[in-house]
Design a protein around this ligand. Structure first.
Ligand code: ADP
Ligand code: MG
Length: 265
């Protein structure tokens, strides 16, 4: 048996405060086997992004640690690609040059990087838009560009933080389908953060529920046994989907209410 792709051991992350530190997540234990699609859900502000930043190596744990393929993470996680809520598209670069950007930084020669970028632009359904600039694209198309930008580097691990949350509901479902098409058979490990339970269930093998903050911890882990490939547009009316949804929502709802009551005070 290999190591888990990502492992969190008693992970605690605190932010320094004026009076006292704020502990966002505390004692989080999680092992994500290679090739799994795992989503993290929880109320707004519970520490989902914090967790992902720790796995990305963008934030150092206050205690505990992150292991990547069994090795303690030290600095940036170079095995991982990131896709965050706001895209990092460079406005003065075309779609093609944005997609090729990571390869350019990595020193890949021009011919090769443009050829690979063209391939990726096509894979995310943007053939014909190679020369367009970000401001000429719809929100969905910008997300497709960002997907290509992340996947072109062929990372083993994908860290996605509410990547589709700025999109309208229909585009969001379509993008989820695009993401599954890319992921299926890729062997890549995905840690996907969302506050949208529908989206989490549609995509994931497993869903991890974080408690209301402060000092969030994992309070539920749920297997999503829905067969793949999944017909995402029909999933929500499937009784099996409703059953999983009902189970997880009971847990998530309780945490959302706790979080709401704590903030209202
Ligand atoms: P989520 O992604 O689940 O909405 P975050 O991980 O962004 O939650 O934040 C968790 C908690 O940590 C929140 O209470 C937030 O205000 C706090 N927090 C996040 N980033 C910082 C920071 N840089 N400095 C201080 N507090 C932060
Ligand atoms: Mg967040």
């Amino acid at each position: 048996m290999g190591h888990p792709a990502v492992e969190l051991r008693s992970l605690t992350v605190s932010y320094p405060g004026r009076e006292q530190d704020y502990t966002a997540v505390s004692g989080v234990e999680l092992a994500v086997p290679a090739g799994r699609f795992v989503s993290v859900v929880g109320p707004t502000g519970c520490g989902k992004s914090t967790l992902l930043h720790a796995v990305a190596g963008l934030r150092t744990p206050s205690s505990g640690r992150v292991l990547v393929d069994g090795e303690p993470l030290n600095g940036l996680n170079r095995r991982a690609g990131y896709l965050f809520q706001q895209d990092a598209l460079l406005p003065w670069r075309t779609v093609l040059d944005n997609v090729a950007f990571g390869l350019e930084l990595a020193g890949t020669g021009k011919r090769e990087r443009l050829a690979r970028a063209r391939e990726w632009v096509a894979r995310v359904g943007l053939a014909g838009f190679e020369k367009a600039y970000p401001h000429q694209l719809s929100g969905g198309m910008r997300r497709r560009t960002a997907l290509a930008q992340t996947w072109i580097g062929d990372p083993d691990i994908l860290l996605m933080d509410e990547p589709f949350s700025a999109l309208d509901a229909q585009t969001r479902q379509l993008m989820a389908g695009e993401l599954l098409a890319l992921w299926t058979g890729s062997g890549k490990t995905v840690l996907f953060v969302t506050h949208d339970l529908d989206e989490a269930i549609a995509l994931s093998d497993e869903i991890v529920l974080l408690s209301a903050g402060p000092a969030s911890r994992i309070v539920g882990r749920y297997e999503v046994g829905l067969p793949r490939p999944r017909a995402l547009l029909d999933l929500r009316t499937d009784p099996a989907f409703t059953a999983v949804y009902t189970e997880i929502w009971a847990g998530l709802r309780a945490e959302v209410m706790k979080s709401y009551e704590r903030q209202a005070r």
